[in-house]
Design a protein around this ligand. Sequence first.
Ligand SMILES: Nc1ncnc2c1ncn2[C@@H]1O[C@H](COP(=O)(O)OP(=O)(O)O)[C@@H](O)[C@H]1O
Ligand SMILES: [Mg+2]
Length: 310
Amino acid sequence: MNRFEQNSTGDMQDQAAGLRALANRGVTRTVTAGTTRCIAIGSGKGGVGKTVVSVGLSLALCERGYKVLLFDGDMGLANVDLQMGLVPEFTVQDVIFGHCPLEKARLSVEGGPDVLVSASGSPELVDLSPARRRLFIEDLFRFASNYDFFLIDTGAGIGRGSTDFLAACPEVLVVLTNEPTSLMDAYALIKTLHLRGEAHGLGVIVNMVDTLEEGDRVFGRLNDIARQFLGLTLSLEGVLVYDRRVSDAIRRQQSIVRYAGDGAVAHCLRDLAGRLGNRRRQQARPPDLDQWIKQWEVSAFLSTKGASES
Ligand SMILES: Nc1ncnc2c1ncn2[C@@H]1O[C@H](COP(=O)(O)OP(=O)(O)O)[C@@H](O)[C@H]1O
Ligand SMILES: [Mg+2]
């Protein structure tokens, strides 16, 4: 039994008490809920194309006239800046440790998103003190509320560093490829979110397939297992074919949307931007900072508890 399964059964009462204590502490609302769409991009397995999707999607959304903030939430292996050819003077770690305000860490891409870059190899938010983390999260979401879309590129896996972002976001895109390991890791991630009660708004992107039909089949397999074992229905949001120009683009530190704008991958990312912009507009839950802060405090509580138990 893994830690999430233990948490979801044996520790229920303790957790409920902890949650009540947090709720009673009363979180002060500092941001009026707006219409910012918060979307986190995650995966079970690494190297499946989360950053390619995050960067490409943010550019495609900007092409449609949206104001987009892209945040590199993969604090362990941050590389949004590398894929976009950005040279940051300041990173979010400078913000977290009080060296500069968020505005100063923001990088603007011409015709593209504003970007908050992380320093690779830096501590994850869960590793920070609750006070510092809370300050940063409040600041981050206050800042993000000025945008139409807030995209978070997260780290791979089911660790708290990435799943906290996924759990906190009203919309999540899970990226996977046609490999059994990627499929099972995507399932493990979805199950983790499900056990935390946060498997809402889950969309799937199948990447690096030869044909769109292959993408449909891979999605079908994931959807079947999620339905059978978790009772969840997922939605297929996009299929990206394998195109070696994606790695050429990365070597040139450009997004595929700009490097090969007429190619199938760019088209798919633009379609995805179109669908996200239109179809889900009515369903979108605005970010609720109270809820987000509570979520992070709950996570901190659980991880402290997990650490003290192990
Ligand atoms: N559609 C694609 N076609 C070809 N190669 C791709 C495609 N998507 C991603 N890649 C390759 O996969 C690598 C990992 O992508 P990346 O976005 O960094 O993954 P992650 O962020 O999930 O770790 C890239 O360096 C690129 O070479
Ligand atoms: Mg990445």
